[in-house]
Design a protein around this ligand. Structure first.
Ligand SMILES: Nc1ncnc2c1ncn2[C@@H]1O[C@H](COP(=O)(O)OP(=O)(O)OP(=O)(O)O)[C@@H](O)[C@H]1O
Length: 959
């Protein structure tokens, strides 16, 4: 029998999975194929027509075309140009949802309108054209984000967005004054709007570069694969080279929102697991198949996507960095960069220098282990609440939370780094008041990396500029605060803290300038007005109603957001504005004296009407207004100008007045000029931050680091955690260990307290844990794995003492598998998972195995359990916890078949039940040496509400 993937010498043979016997379900509809070509090379492969529509908008005729330009294939000449454009886009971006901006709406046409209108819950209508009716549906521009969420996140579609632009130098009254072009293609990995809102998580896009033609051969577990992942919303980008056997662990760690694969792999259905079983894991993700023409673009052509200050310095740094990457990593990087730049053609991407992650620096946790240990979500309902992350999270900044999540997915193998973290946590834990003050400061810090990215994309409000400046100011305060307290620190800690504080020293002048020259109060006010406006728009309040209300006097000086003293140009504009404003005040007072004082009007004001006209607004009684009318009719001059009536009602008059009209226009023009200059200044400041991207990111990283470590200190004090001894030994010794989440659950539900248990393993030691059902076996296994993870992220651990020799890989075979291997029997899944452990575990690994062999008949199950146990001891020689209901049977086989030295490496522990008399009992979760002889399954059945008759029957059979 031929193995279906290559098994290294000395490892177990894998069962052959024939697709005939285990026909796998078709993948979920998340997978979409993007037919886009990117280079001329494809002309030869018969895709010339498609090539004409490259989404590279610079060279793309269609993307830049205005609505008049017809498709090169004049398929439906009777369509109006704008519709023809939509039709062409739909043909080009097949399988994408195409949203085209038409005025202040995004619209869907033709069959897409029919298909997606119900999914978006918007109304579907028809519009009549000369060639017939066309179905269409749309929504206002400001609702884009809401509908994108639905299309991309809920339905997993790719969305192509064509925006409308006004042609330059075209008069307003021309019919074809707009053109449209594709500004972005939104997929889960490039959905920046969503990422900017979702502060606690990274939005990673992952590209996997399989070697060419590798799928036409049997899978080789030592195949080298290049991966690259990036978060466009924070600018992070990483590369790594992994072996095929470690690929799924890497994916689990990265938790990408989208995975990019070469289009050529489409036919291999890799997520079915037929080529390499572990790849069934890909079913969990949004997969995009993409033509990968990386060889046609040099890496240098992407240098513009990085901004590390001066261009030359950036290029030099990148060149040096890329020399350290392998070819596979570079290929993955190139394709990722290409994909991002093609999907966000209108955004200036600003990545940090790509970081190379080494497989040897991070603990490997495969997806089953991550799920079984509930690191990020619970097994039962896939909820974040109740997970390890949510139960230990005390971070107060978005970057701290994201860092914590990354650390939990990939704990460190770097002893020096772990000890550094422990030292800092220990210091924060001891100095409670200092930590409290630090965290109060951290709480005020905004998400610097995301604000920076917004600026790079030409987005970001002026208020975010203030937030950026304030956060950087706080980072200086944190720096000073820590420096003030270095006397409390021991030598090593002191030098580490000093190193950290260096990165918090961001240029003071820039920050001070922003805080000095930009008026935060006005910004907050205008933000409130905007938010209210948005809320009204969302509520779709009748706009007409608002239009009836005429604007009050032109803005007062306080509406401006940049201090006039910023530069002479702004000063001059403000002086001119002041001068006109004073004239306006004088005019207002004089006319008020005249109309109210002398002519008896009730009120008087200088106003701008909704239609833009400047007018005098007078109210009064019918007789007073009559007097005014008569004066107007006689062409009487008011403050040097005669008036005429623009609009009247019984008690109001709108009057024209030349002088006010001139002043109004002057004020309007000056306001525009000031706002324009302000916008230039804001953009200048933003640019300054973009040019210092590297420094801003360093501050963000350090603040996230301090946040995470101080949060560990808070947690340690709150949960009574201790600092574990971590070293390169082969030990796993835990005294009075606890499971944080189970403990939390118990205290929330009942008065019962958690029973702490010890664990003492060394290399090639194996503990067999037996006990009744519900006796706490799985809990014990998991708690020790979690303690290892916590120890290696630098966190303190729930026990009274721990000694953890660094674990390189964590394996588990716990509980029922998820549904990925659909149509495979539970036992087959169990065996596949166990095989991965037997093939992957090293002498530095920790394996937790729960009830191996339970999925088949008793005798065979026991033999499999024994074989697994023996293989682990003899070959893997890792630290192992092995829970089973076959304790007695296993012991007998071990005694019979194993040599003394092997027998001595196996220890048996049991939990039990304490009888309380009658039918009453309680679980005794305390582990003690020995083997539990019975599982007390009938008691569990009784607790679960089994019918008495059935229970009786079971008891009789048991005897
Ligand atoms: N050390 C402990 N102290 C207190 N309660 C515990 C402890 N360990 C487990 N429990 C409680 O017992 C429940 C069952 O534990 P667990 O699932 O670990 O048992 P098990 O022995 O693996 O059961 P089974 O053999 O039926 O799978 C837990 O949900 C928890 O409420």
């Amino acid at each position: 029998m031929k193995p279906f993937f290559k098994v290294p010498k000395g490892c177990l043979f894998f069962p052959r999975l024939s697709i005939r016997h285990y026909s796998l379900k078709a993948p979920q509809p998340k997978i979409s194929k993007l037919k886009i070509t990117f280079n001329k090379a494809s002309e030869s492969s018969g895709e010339k027509a498609v090539d004409t529509y490259s989404i590279d908008t610079d060279s793309c005729p269609i993307a830049q075309a205005n609505d008049n330009v017809l498709s090169p294939i004049p398929s439906k000449p009777s369509l109006p140009p704008s519709l023809q454009y939509v039709r062409d886009l739909m043909d080009l971006y097949k399988e994408h949802v195409v949203l085209t901006q038409m005025g202040s709406f995004y619209e869907l046409y033709f069959e897409q309108a029919v298909k997606y209108a119900p999914e978006l819950n918007i109304s579907l209508t028809n519009r009549a054209y000369s060639h017939g009716k066309v179905p269409f549906a749309g929504f206002p521009v400001h609702q884009l984000s809401r509908h994108l969420k639905m299309l991309v996140n809920n339905y997993g579609y790719s969305v192509t967005i064509a925006e409308q632009f006004k042609k330059e130098d075209v008069a307003n009254n021309e019919i074809n004054k707009f053109y449209r072009r594709v500004t972005r293609i939104v997929t889960p990995g490039t959905f920046i709007d969503e990422a900017f809102e979702n502060l606690r998580e990274n939005t990673y896009l992952l590209n996997i570069e399989f070697p060419e033609n590798c799928m036409s051969q049997v899978a080789d577990v030592s195949l080298k694969i290049g991966i690259c992942w990036c978060d466009v919303s924070t600018g992070e980008i990483f590369v790594q080279q992994v072996y095929l056997k470690d690929l799924v662990s890497a994916i689990t760690r990265i938790q990408p929102k989208e995975i990019l694969l070469d289009e050529r792999l489409l036919g291999f259905h890799i997520e079915s697991g037929t080529w390499y079983p572990e790849l069934v894991e890909l079913k969990k993700f949004f997969i995009k198949y993409q033509k990968m023409p990386s060889q046609h673009r040099t890496i240098e052509s992407f240098y513009g996507l990085f901004n590390l200050g001066e261009k030359e310095a950036t290029d030099r740094q990148l060149r040096i960095q890329f020399q350290t990457f392998t070819q596979k990593e570079l290929a993955a990087l190139r394709n990722t960069l290409l994909y991002v730049s093609d999907h966000l053609p209108d955004f200036s991407i600003n990545f940090q220098i790509p970081q190379r992650q080494l497989a040897t620096a991070i603990m490997q946790i495969d997806s089953r282990t991550s799920a079984a240990l509930e690191l990020h979500s619970t097994v039962r309902d896939n909820n974040k609440k109740g997970s390890l992350l949510s139960s230990i999270r005390r971070t107060v900044t978005p970057s701290g939370t994201r860092l914590l999540s990354q650390w939990l997915s990939g704990p460190s193998l770097d002893l020096k780094e772990i000890k550094k973290r422990q030292r800092i946590v220990g210091f924060f834990k001891k100095n409670v008041d200092l930590t409290e003050t630090l965290r109060l400061m951290l709480k005020k810090v905004n998400d610097l990396s995301r604000i920076l990215q917004k600026f790079s994309f030409g987005r970001g409000e002026a208020l975010e500029l203030i937030q950026m400046a304030q956060s950087l100011q706080i980072s200086r305060e944190i720096r000073d605060y820590l420096l003030d307290n270095v006397s409390l620190m021991k030598v090593t800690l002191k030098s580490q803290i000093l190193q950290l504080t260096e990165t918090l020293d961001f240029e003071k002048g820039l920050v001070d300038d922003i805080l000095k020259f930009i008026n935060e109060e006005e910004l907050v006010k205008s933000q409130d007005v905007k938010q209210n406006g948005d809320a009204n728009a969302i509520l779709e309040i009748d706009v007409k109603e608002k239009k009836d209300v005429n604007k009050d006097e032109v803005s007062e000086l306080t509406d401006f957001i940049v201090n006039p003293s910023f530069n002479s140009k702004l000063r001059k504009l403000h002086d001119a504005y002041q001068c006109v404003w004073q004239k306006k005040e004088k005019l207002n007072n004089s006319l008020k004296d005249l109309f109210v004082g002398e002519l008896g009007a009730k009120t008087f004001a200088l106003k701008e009407r909704q239609n833009g006209e400047y007018a005098l607004h007078v109210t009064g009684t019918v007789s007073n207004l009559k007097k005014i009318d008569e004066l107007i009719a006689k062409k009487t001059e008011f403050y040097g100008n005669s008036c005429h009536i623009l609009q009247q009602s019984s008690q109001t008059r709108w009057l024209s007045h030349r002088f006010w009209t001139d002043l109004g226009h002057e004020l309007e023009l000056l306001t525009l000029k000031i706002r324009n200059e302000e916008s230039n200044i804001i953009n200048l400041f933003k640019r300054k931050f973009i040019d210092r991207s590297d420094e801003v990111r360093q501050v963000a990283t350090t603040l996230g680091y301090l946040d995470t470590l101080s949060s560990f200190a808070v947690l340690a004090n709150e949960k009574n955690l201790v600092c574990p001894k971590v070293d390169e030994s082969d030990k796993l010794e835990v005294v009075n260990g606890r499971h944080l989440m189970v403990e939390e659950g118990l205290s929330a539900r009942s008065l019962e307290t958690f029973t702490a248990n010890d664990c003492e393993l060394a290399k090639d030691n194996l503990w067999v844990i037996t006990g009744p059902n519900m006796g706490g076996k799985s809990t014990f296994l998991r708690q020790n794995a979690i303690i290892v993870i916590l120890a290696q992220v630098g966190c303190f651990v729930p026990c009274s003492k721990a000694h953890v020799g660094i674990v390189d890989k964590l394996f588990s075979r716990v509980g029922s598998a998820d549904d990925l291997y659909n149509e495979m029997s539970t036992f087959m899944v169990e065996m596949i998972e166990t095989s991965f452990i037997l093939q992957g575990a090293t002498t530095r690994s920790l394996a937790i195995l729960d009830e191996i062999g339970r999925g088949t008949s008793g005798k065979e199950g026991i033999s499999i359990a024994y074989a697994t146990l023996k293989y682990l001891l003899e070959n893997n020689q890792c630290r192992t916890l092995f829970a089973t209901h076959f304790g007695q049977e296993l012991k007998q086989i071990i005694d019979r078949k194993c040599a003394k030295d092997l027998r001595e490496k196996i220890k048996f522990y049991q939990s039990g039940i304490t009888d309380l008399g009658g039918n009453n009992f309680c679980y005794n979760h305390k582990l003690k040496p020995g083997i539990c002889m019975k599982s007390d399954a009938i008691r569990v059945a009784e607790l679960a509400g089994f019918p008495t008759e059935a229970l009786q029957e079971a008891r009789e059979i048991l005897g």
